[in-house]
Unconditional design. Structure first.
Length: 174
C-alpha cells in the first residue's frame, strides 16, 4: 500500500464531483486518495475514507469549535482539533501526545500544517482562479511539502482541514 508521503511532487486536488452532493474527493490524476462526505444533508457529521481507513469528524457541540475525530465504528474520539479564538491557528492533537499545528492566512486562501517543531509538511491552496474552479470543479490544491510519518499514519488530517474550511464558510454565510 502506498503512503501519503509517496505523493510528494504530485498534482493533488480536492474536487466536488457534483454541486448537488456534499461529497469531496482528494485526487491525484485519476486516482482517488481520500473522500469526505456528509451522510445527512444538514448534519455537521462527516465521514472520511481512504488509505484503507474510515473515520468520522464531528463538532463537539454547537457552541464549541472543537472537532472530534473517531474511527468509523468507534464512539470514543482518538484525536481532536482545537482552533484559536480568531480561527487563524489551530492544533491537531493526535494519539500518543503528538501534535500538528495549523496556520491560515488572513483571507483563508492558504492553509498550512506544521510539525510541533515548526517544519512545514502540507499546504492547501483555495485561492484558485474562479474560471478554472468552475470549469473543472476544483476546490483546492494540496501540496505535500515534506515527507512526514504523521501524515502517513493519519492521512485523514487533510480532509479534517478541508472540513474546517467548509464549516467556516458555512458559518460565514449564516
Amino acid at each position: 500500500m502506498k503512503l501519503f508521503s509517496d505523493y510528494i511532487g504530485k498534482n493533488l486536488r480536492i474536487v466536488q464531483p457534483s454541486i448537488f452532493k456534499r461529497t469531496f474527493k482528494l485526487n491525484v490524476d485519476d486516482e482517488l486518495l481520500l473522500s469526505l462526505h456528509y451522510p445527512k444533508t444538514f448534519s455537521s457529521l462527516a465521514e472520511v475514507e481512504g488509505f484503507d481507513g474510515k473515520w468520522k469528524i464531528k463538532k463537539q457541540s454547537f457552541w464549541n469549535s472543537i472537532l472530534l475525530i473517531f474511527q468509523k465504528d468507534n464512539d470514543l474520539p482518538f484525536a481532536t482539533y482545537r482552533s484559536s479564538f480568531w480561527g487563524r491557528e489551530g492544533v491537531i492533537e493526535l494519539p500518543k501526545g503528538e501534535k500538528l499545528n495549523c496556520k491560515f492566512n488572513l483571507w483563508k486562501s492558504l492553509f498550512q500544517i506544521y510539525t510541533s517543531s515548526g517544519i512545514l509538511i502540507l499546504s492547501i491552496k483555495t485561492g484558485i482562479k474562479a474560471k478554472i474552479r468552475l470549469l473543472k470543479g476544483i476546490k483546492a490544491e494540496v501540496i505535500i511539502e515534506k515527507k512526514s510519518e504523521l501524515l502517513d499514519k493519519h492521512p485523514w488530517v487533510v480532509m479534517l482541514i478541508w472540513y474546517n474550511i467548509l464549516e467556516s464558510n458555512r458559518r460565514a454565510v449564516q
